[in-house]
Ligand binder design. Structure first.
Ligand code: IPM
Ligand code: MG
Length: 369
């Protein structure tokens, strides 16, 4: 097989800092595990806007379509707040998701033992937590038409976004949730608002159809998304896999993320249809944003971005063992007490820098050989 290709889009804010640590990990795999990657880099978000006047050029989009996986850092920042909506940094990210058709967004929320004290919830509620949110990522109110801000005859304005889902859009993301559940605790909870939204009724019916016809062995339950938010903070360990739409998934995944203590810890994978070589179209990114308040100070936690690369090893490069090696290296440095500032609880302590966290993880990787 050819050397697999990676496109790195580090983006804005702390994106480049955390991605630097990932690059060292990629090099480590080349040197020590005989896993070479063909790495190229390009611009996205505000960085692309500064250079080209657009948050994602057609050329970068074309490259993203060709590679085996895209690794993305973060986009956005206060410098771009007043830009026209069409060229905001976030539009670059949304274009990647849409044009690569990355319909299945995997957002694990896992609580590391070493950080269980760190959650805003009581320790026994989060210790050992391991849930997977599967968020639909290419449709729903993020992309539905009609959309826009329109002038009304009476002089008022109206803002419109459309929540729209089709049978196939729901079925394919449901399948991806059921597949994952089979490799975990075999439970899926589907969340929508079927009590007030027709799109929610369709969602429930289609998820049920996929369940009855293709995955009857998996346990399926349904929950209204508002109750889901409440249950996530009440007793999150009742969940295994949660499948939900684009907008509810955006909100519920932030909620789940915070259960684990730090947004700086959580990776994500966005997967689409298989390419010719059998690998899924894929983009990996940390759940956290560009964190402009700490940019350039060596304070950023690179773990979410590093764990996103672990997800790439697992889902794009079919190497669960090497993914586990990296995840265990992260667990080890946390257990040994390595803490970037975001991981220091009330008891305080001395924080280490982004690069020092990278060093520690590389050392743990060395020790794993
Ligand atoms: C996310 C983010 C994005 C979203 C933004 C940056 C466009 O919040 O990935 O969760 O809303 O999807
Ligand atoms: Mg979000």
């Amino acid at each position: 097989m050819n050397t697999p290709s990676l496109l790195i889009l580090a983006g804005d804010g702390i994106g480049p800092e955390v991605m630097s640590e990932v690059k060292r990990i990629i090099t480590w795999y080349g040197k020590n595990r005989d896993m070479e990657f063909n790495v190229s880099e390009d611009l996205v978000g505000g960085a692309a806007y500064d250079e080209h006047g657009t948050p994602l050029t057609d050329a970068t989009m074309a490259k993203a379509q060709e590679v085996d996986a895209v690794l993305l850092g973060a986009v956005g920042g206060p410098a771009y707040d007043d830009l026209d909506f069409s060229v905001k940094p976030e539009r670059g990210l949304l274009r990647l998701r849409k044009e690569m058709d990355l319909y299945s967004n995997l957002r694990p929320a896992q609580c590391f033992d070493a950080l269980a004290d760190f959650s805003s919830l009581k320790k026994d509620i989060v210790a050992g937590l391991d849930i997977m949110i599967v968020r639909e990522l290419t449709s729903g109110s993020y992309f539905g038409e009609p959309r826009g801000i329109f002038d009304l005859p009476n002089g008022e304005r109206e803002g419109i976004n459309t929540q729209r889902y089709t049978t196939s859009e729901i079925r394919r993301v449901a399948r991806s949730a059921f597949e994952l559940a089979r490799k975990r605790d075999n439970k899926v909870c589907s969340m929508e608002k079927a009590n007030v939204m027709e799109s929610g009724i369709l969602w429930r019916e289609e998820v049920t159809w996929v369940h009855e016809n293709e995955y009857p062995d998996v346990e399926l339950s349904h929950m209204y998304a508002d109750n889901g938010a409440m249950q996530l903070v009440r007793w999150p360990k009742q969940f295994d896999v949660i499948v939900t739409d684009n907008l509810f998934g955006d909100i519920l995944s932030d909620c789940a993320a915070m259960l684990t203590g730090s947004l700086g810890m959580l990776p994500s994978a966005s997967l689409g249809l298989p390419m010719e070589n059998g690998r899924p179209k894929a983009m990996y990114e940390p759940v956290h944003g560009s964190a402009p308040d700490i940019t350039g100070q060596g304070k950023a936690n690179p773990i979410a971005c590093i764990l996103s690369f672990a997800m790439a090893l697992r889902y794009s490069f079919n190497d669960g063992d090497e993914a586990t090696r990296l995840e265990e290296a992260v667990e080890k440095v946390l257990a040994d007490g390595a803490r970037t500032p975001d991981l220091l609880g009330e008891e305080g302590g001395t924080p280490i820098t982004t690069v020092a966290m990278g060093d520690a993880i590389l050392a743990a990787l060395d020790a794993s050989l």
